[in-house]
Design a protein around this ligand. Structure first.
Ligand code: AP5
Length: 192
């Protein structure tokens, strides 16, 4: 009988511009994880011209949160399609509602949760100087994204902290400095 391999799920959280995407790319490359970015999946939906695209674009332009059922469905599909059982989910869950829906629909809890803790002024500076700035990288939308992060995402981070699942990483310094702190977290993992 073949044994179904349960995915090893890591949630990667942090404010806008905290470096989630940058560090996930390095983790994926170094440790062989698949990298699923909620924001990227949503931007792909917009560019594919699907029926939800316009609604998603309006929400992202405002710095608001896309409805749970949309993001969960996109993530679920990607997890099902991925042959890689080691998965980084970048930028999700955004709210406690997201978290609870993921647990009930996907039916697993994350094995690990990383939080990139970065001062607000540093995040703003990075986003404003991003090459090929995104549609949501203007100061008005950035302020809104930060507000939404404090109000809705910090409670999720506090929840995982209370469960003893949170690895908090101070996300200041160069990308390499930060990856030096990320490295031991993943190097110490053992997979069956
Ligand atoms: P998303 O795409 O997830 O954006 P975000 O969370 O705002 O974060 P960013 O991607 O902007 O930043 P990051 O932390 O990945 O940093 P990065 O590595 O890029 O979400 C966008 C929108 O989609 C949301 O506002 C929401 O509307 C919607 N959405 C997403 N997920 C959702 C969900 N689950 N539910 C509902 N809605 C959802 O780095 C930023 C910049 O800084 C880059 O230019 C990078 O080169 C630079 N940089 C990185 N590290 C350093 C460093 N150490 N020093 C200097 N520069 C650095």
């Amino acid at each position: 009988t073949s044994k179904q391999v349960r995915p090893f799920i890591t949630f990667v959280l942090g404010g806008p511009g905290s470096g989630k995407g940058t560090q996930c790319a390095k983790i994926a490359e170094t440790f062989g994880f698949a990298h699923l970015s909620a924001g990227e999946l949503l931007r792909k939906e917009i560019s594919s011209g699907c029926e939800n695209g316009e609604m998603i674009l309006d929400i992202i332009k405002e710095g608001n949160i896309v409805p749970s059922e949309i993001t969960i469905n996109l993530i679920r599909k990607e997890i099902e399609l991925s042959e890689n059982r080691k998965i980084l989910v970048d930028g999700f869950p955004r709210t406690n509602e997201n978290r609870i829906a993921f647990e009930s629909i996907i039916g697993v809890e994350p094995d690990l949760v990383i939080f990139f803790d970065c001062p607000e002024e540093e995040m703003v500076k990075r986003l404003l100087s991003r090459n090929q700035g995104r549609i949501d990288d203007n100061i008005e939308t950035i302020k809104k994204r930060l507000e939404v992060f404090d109000k809705l995402n910090l409670p999720v981070i506090n929840y995982y902290s209370s469960k003893g699942k949170l690895q908090k990483i101070k996300a200041v310094g160069t990308m390499e400095d930060i990856f030096e702190k990320v490295y031991p977290v993943f190097a110490s993992l053992r997979f069956e």
